[in-house]
Design a protein around this ligand. Structure first.
Ligand code: ATP
Ligand code: HSE
Length: 324
């Protein structure tokens, strides 16, 4: 999918610079495992500039203390590999990241990094050489391993994605849902990290047919609830595939979801966790859910940051800072 450009010498001009804004995303939404996702109003901002002979990164915000500052930084590495596969010579690249999406919390930080790298690298090319929207989605999905975060990160809103060939490395389709205006996300983020890679290993290799059938029914209902009838969100967000097998890796998350659901809220694990997403049917229900969580943990040392969050209606946005 990352096809080379037409033959000939292609070298990015020194001084060309782009900035990419990529939203956080919450994947799965309960029964839509590896398929459904929602873009949130919280974004990372990544500036890439073509320079001579240097590969260097500077980071503000999330990960500033821990991420590498050389060419091994994930975004620089992915951009470099992608442009090399496209047959483009890059003399050097600097990156400046303003990171607002917390890492390893189930809010799509790695998908945002993939999208920043690939959308940014493509934007550094001349307009006639750039991949179209489907091409970008295919490359990003293959790198991330599943499309449910990268699709809403690229397109915004809520998306349902599928693999035409049956695996994430193949061609990916995505449909944008027409979201009911009453759907309001609430996000509760704990102060512990969970690696997506680690908890994917906890999933069983097969599931009973009856559970798969029940999950398909809930996923179909979820599309209806998100677009037409938000009052059905609590019933539509029941998951039978992935939250149970992973609960031992995030017991606080599982406990919070049980309590929220018992109180009638449509609470799910956000992405691979450990954050919790509530899909509230309206502003008032969202405020009630947020206050419920704050009161639960008012006297506890366990830190949960709770926020009623807007939906990012547009996806990743590219600014052309300098043509070079
Ligand atoms: N902006 C970034 N720059 C560089 N590396 C990043 C960035 N964001 C995430 N990463 C890398 O990805 C890891 C987190 O990815 P992981 O897939 O485990 O969680 P997530 O993407 O935050 O959550 P989820 O996939 O459940 O939504 C970080 O620990 C870091 O290594
Ligand atoms: N569908 C993915 C989302 C997290 O990247 C998972 O649950 O593992």
């Amino acid at each position: 999918m990352s096809r080379p450009l037409t033959p000939g010498e292609r070298r990015l001009p020194v001084g060309r610079a782009v900035r990419v804004h990529v939203p956080a995303t919450s994947a799965n939404l309960g029964p839509g495992f590896d398929s459904m996702g929602l873009a949130l109003q919280l974004d990372d901002e990544v500036t890439l500039e073509v320079v001579e002979g240097v590969w260097a990164a500077s980071v503000e915000g999330e990960g500033a203390e821990s991420l590498p500052t050389d060419g091994s930084h994930l975004i620089l590495r992915l951009a470099r590999e992608h442009l090399a596969a496209r047959g483009v010579t890059v003399p050097g690249l600097t990156l400046h990241a303003v990171n607002r999406i917390p890492h390893a919390r189930g809010l799509g930080s790695s998908a945002a990094a993939v999208v920043a790298a690939i959308a940014g690298a493509e934007a550094l090319l001349d307009p006639e050489d750039r991949l179209d929207a489907d091409g970008l989605l295919g490359v990003c999905s293959a790198l991330e391993g599943h499309p449910d975060n990268v699709a809403p990160a690229l397109r915004g809103g809520a998306t349902v994605s599928w693999s035409r060939g049956g695996d994430a490395a193949g061609e990916v389709g995505t449909a944008e849902l027409s979201l009911h205006p009453g759907v309001v996300p609430v996000v509760a983020v704990p102060d512990v990290e969970v690696s997506t890679h680690a908890v994917r290993a906890l999933l069983p290799t097969s599931v009973p047919h009856a559970e798969a059938a029940a999950q398909a029914g809930r996923a179909a209902l979820l599309v209806h609830a998100l677009s037409r009838e938000p009052r059905l969100l609590a019933e539509a967000t029941v998951d039978l595939l992935h939250q149970g097998p992973r609960s031992s890796a995030m017991p606080e998350t599982a406990a919070l979801i049980t309590r929220l659901r018992a109180a009638g809220h449509a609470a799910v694990v956000s992405g691979a966790g450990p954050s919790v997403l509530v899909l509230a049917p309206g502003e008032r229900a969202a405020t009630t859910a947020a206050e419920y969580v704050r009161e639960l943990y008012a006297d506890s040392s366990c830190g949960w940051r709770v926020q009623v969050t807007g939906i990012a209606r547009g996806g990743a946005r590219v600014e052309h800072v300098r043509h070079g």
